[in-house]
Each structure stands twice: as structure tokens, then as C-alpha cells.
Design a protein around this ligand. Structure first.
Ligand SMILES: [Zn+2]
Ligand SMILES: [Zn+2]
Length: 246
């Protein structure tokens, strides 16, 4: 019996070790984010377009779209932790579509540390709100979980008082212009007194054209927000860059 318990403890420890030390993206034993996934999805060697968060060459400050005036107008700066591809994309899909919001807490520290190294500190964080019917379907809003992670790690207050009043159709197949049109009237500030004069980070999981961040920023600006930054887990990659990973 003693041997059984010894074995059981050893087995539990092995499981714990494995769980505590596996890469969140690929499962390799070692670091929370292994060097291969850091290089493959987080791209510390690349810069981020200040206008839309897209990954660009480090020496540049904006992507071609933003340079051509096609980027968001109401955001002071946007940044994204990594490239929406491979293991990072699968991670986000697992969180959203397999209902595993707790995985977002596993990356709370590296994501928050990275965010505060890229953006100025602010009065608070605003999660991109989800429509009530979608929230009922999914059971959680991943942007809210991310905002909580940042609140937990950096102590920035969560600013509420904005809601999604229109359930929009999927944005996936739409152009940037159509996405912005699709989002017209989607968000509303319920309590402007929580927003006026504030500097905020708008937090979301993924940004591609910046249209969602822009739609939220527009209503925040309309309610007197002073400085507005966008922060996402993942963004696209500048077209002119040689495709990285998949
Ligand atoms: Zn990995
Ligand atoms: Zn851009």
C-alpha cells in the first residue's frame, strides 16, 4: 500500500510538472512559451504599426494601409502581442470556440508585461463588449477575460459603461470599409461619466483591419475619452513582409 501511495505521489508530481512547464501554444515541456513559439508567433524582431497594430519591420512606424490613410482614426496607438497564425491562432480558437477562457489567465503575465512595455499606462482598460445574445451563447467574453488579466497583473482598473447594442453579422468576409459600415451603431456608451477625460486601453483578442477597435474608439471619443489605445493578443502581418510561419 505504501508503494502505491509513493507511486501515486510520483505520478501526480509528474503531471503537475508537465502542466506547469508546458508551452501554452505547442505543449513542449520547458517554458510557458517556448523559444520556437516566441520566434514563430510573437516575433520580437518585428515592430507593430502604430495605427492598426499589424506586424511590420522594426524600423517602420506604420503599415502601408495606415500610411495611405486607411487605418483607424480614433486610436492614438494600437499594438498586438503576436501574429494571428499557427499556435497563437489555435490557442485563441481553443479559448473561444472550445470554451476554455482559463487559458487566457495562463498568458496573463507575459501579455500584460509586454503591453506595458509598448503602451503608456492609462486610467483603465475597456474590454470590447459582446452583444448579450452572443454572450449567452458563448458564456463569456474573451475580451473581458483579457481585461481582467491585465487588471490582475498591472492593477489597471476595468472601465465599464460601454455596451454592444447591435448584433452584427460576421466580419470575416468583409473589406475594411464594409466592416466599419457593418459596425455603425453597434456600440454605445451607457455611462459617459466613466469615460470623460479618461485615457484607456481598449482590449480585444484579435485585430485584422482595426475596424472593431475603431468603432469602440469612436464612441469612447464621442463620450470625451482623452487618449485611446488599442491592445490585442494577435494581429495580421504587413502584406509586403515575407510570409512568416503559416
Ligand atoms: Zn511552443
Ligand atoms: Zn497599420
Amino acid at each position: 500500500m505504501k508503494e502505491f501511495w509513493k507511486g501515486a505521489i510520483k505520478f501526480t508530481r509528474a503531471l503537475w510538472y508537465e502542466e506547469a512547464q508546458a508551452c501554452v501554444f505547442c505543449g513542449a515541456v520547458g517554458d510557458l512559451i517556448c523559444p520556437t513559439c516566441t520566434a514563430g508567433y510573437l516575433h520580437p524582431e518585428l515592430g507593430r504599426c502604430r495605427g492598426c497594430g499589424k506586424l511590420i519591420l522594426k524600423e517602420k512606424t506604420s503599415c502601408l494601409d495606415c500610411k495611405a490613410g486607411k487605418g483607424p482614426k480614433h486610436l492614438d496607438q494600437v499594438t498586438a502581442w503576436g501574429h494571428y497564425s499557427g499556435g497563437l491562432r489555435e490557442f485563441i480558437h481553443k479559448v473561444k470556440f472550445e470554451a476554455h477562457p482559463r487559458h487566457l489567465m495562463e498568458i496573463a503575465r507575459p501579455f500584460s508585461n509586454w503591453a506595458i512595455s509598448q503602451l503608456p499606462a492609462v486610467d483603465g482598460v475597456v474590454a470590447v463588449p459582446m452583444h448579450a445574445s452572443r454572450l449567452a451563447e458563448r458564456g463569456f467574453n474573451q475580451a473581458e477575460v483579457l481585461a481582467s488579466a491585465i487588471h490582475w497583473e498591472l492593477g489597471l482598473p476595468i472601465i465599464e459603461g460601454i455596451e454592444r447594442i447591435e448584433l452584427t453579422s460576421s466580419q470575416i468576409l468583409l473589406s475594411r470599409h464594409d466592416r466599419l459600415h457593418n459596425l455603425k451603431g453597434a456600440f454605445a456608451v451607457r455611462e459617459p461619466k466613466l469615460i470623460i477625460g479618461r485615457s484607456v486601453w481598449i482590449v480585444d483578442d484579435v485585430t485584422t483591419t482595426g475596424a472593431t477597435l475603431e468603432a469602440v474608439a469612436e464612441v469612447l471619443r464621442g463620450s470625451g475619452a482623452q487618449t485611446i489605445y488599442g491592445l490585442c493578443l494577435a494581429a495580421g502581418l504587413e502584406k509586403k513582409l515575407v510570409p512568416l510561419g503559416d
